[in-house]
Design a protein around this ligand. Structure first.
Ligand code: G3I
Length: 347
């Protein structure tokens, strides 16, 4: 379908209250199909229409993170998060909350007092608790689940935990506290531990052991978020399958929370932006990407009892945190569906 025709069809569908067959419709018997959005995606008419047409779950890419909502003690900046939440309220789309506690884009002021001296663990927990209650309460009508703790497990090395400022101050206790505070704030929300490279056996086992230990101690972890920042060069279906099987021994719900399949050879949630060199997309890479997406969704459909949501990390290649030239999503930089879109939808 030509660009104009595709966009016109979306707008017509929204105006008439009808929808062309879309990703969310194709997958309605399997799992929710979500997308991470920035402000432009929900304020631009055409992009907003595309979100409504294709997706039934939305994650704020950055707007609900601690650094965005709570930059200083006693100062909350809700504007970006409110605009995305209001878009979802108006269009009846549920939200995945992202995220409450992370070593990155966090409230670094929580670690020090007015003079810049380190605070005690107790003071830190009081601040973290207040933050979690404020955010969770504000959006509890539209956010049905939260990534409570993000990326607390290390990529390698002898210590399974990431040696973050959080870990240095609190050990792994901050994980338990964060989940307890989130459960207090909204007993109905589903609470997730979320991480990248969650299919790599060493890290997968460390995530598994941590969640197991926490759950045995009564920490309210409901689900595991497998981020899914993959690349086209890695045939990882076996690893995806094994990770889902393993995690489902512990939890009833698994979400793929941050899916993209990039053209370069990096993977995971970190990116050395110096590596973001331009690269032409060859037919071979395009084809590999289609194969990866098709194979991945086949595995995910097989696990529909436990995989309840699959969220793409960004709407189009233009919006991707990886850059246009990594070509990682189903919609291109003109918001046009790629061949991979049709192959994922028409299975
Ligand atoms: O807001 C500032 C803006 O004021 C400034 O002008 C601009 C100049 O660079 O930067 C803006 O901040 C950027 C922010 O995104 C908002 O666009 C930061 O530099 C940039 O580092 C930040 O990147 C985000 C990244 O998390 C931070 O680690 C990406 O957009 C976001 O997609 C990414 O998302 C993470 C998930 O939350 C967790 N899992 C990994 C995933 C990918 O890294």
């Amino acid at each position: 379908m030509g660009k104009r025709l595709f966009l016109a069809a979306i707008l017509m569908g929204c105006i008439m209250g009808m929808e062309a067959k879309s990703l969310k419709k194709a997958y309605r018997k399997y799992f929710d199909i979500g997308v991470a959005v920035n402000l432009r995606n929900v304020t631009d008419e055409m992009q907003g229409a595309l979100v409504c047409q294709e997706f039934n779950s939305v994650t704020a890419e950055n707007a609900m993170k601690p650094a965005s909502t709570h930059p200083r003690e006693g100062v909350y900046t809700w504007e970006g998060a409110d605009r995305i939440a209001n878009f979802c309220r108006q269009n009846n789309i549920k939200m995945r909350g992202h995220c409450l506690v992370w070593h990155n884009q966090f409230c670094n002021w929580m670690f020090t007092d007015n003079e810049g001296n380190p605070v005690s663990k107790e003071v830190f927990y009081e601040r973290m608790r207040e933050h979690i209650h404020a955010v969770v309460n504000r959006y509890k009508d539209v956010v049905y689940c939260w990534d409570v703790v993000n990326e607390a497990i290390a990529d390698g090395g002898p210590n399974p935990y990431r040696n973050s400022r959080l870990y240095k101050l609190c050990g792994d206790e901050f994980i338990a506290k964060a989940f307890q505070f989130a459960r207090e704030a909204d007993p109905k929300a589903l609470l997730f531990y979320n991480d990248y490279n969650a299919i790599i056996p060493h890290k997968r086992d460390n995530i598994y052991n941590m969640v197991k230990k926490m759950k045995e101690a009564g920490v309210p972890i409901d689900g595991i978020g497998m981020q899914g920042h993959y690349n086209v060069h890695w045939d990882n279906l076996k690893e995806v399958d094994e990770a889902i099987r393993k995690y489902s021994e512990l939890v009833d719900v698994i979400h793929i929370t941050e899916l993209d399949i990039r053209a370069n050879k990096d993977m995971g949630g970190n990116l050395d932006f110096k590596k973001k060199a331009e690269q032409a997309i060859t037919d071979e890479i395009k084809q590999k990407q289609e194969e990866r997406y098709v194979g991945l969704f086949r595995v995910l459909r097989k696990h529909k009892k436990v995989v309840k949501s699959v969220t793409f990390w960004n709407l189009s290649d233009r919006d991707s945190w990886l850059g246009t030239h990594n070509y990682p999503l189903l919609f291109d930089k003109e918001y046009q569906p790629k061949e991979a879109y049709y192959k994922v939808k028409d299975f």
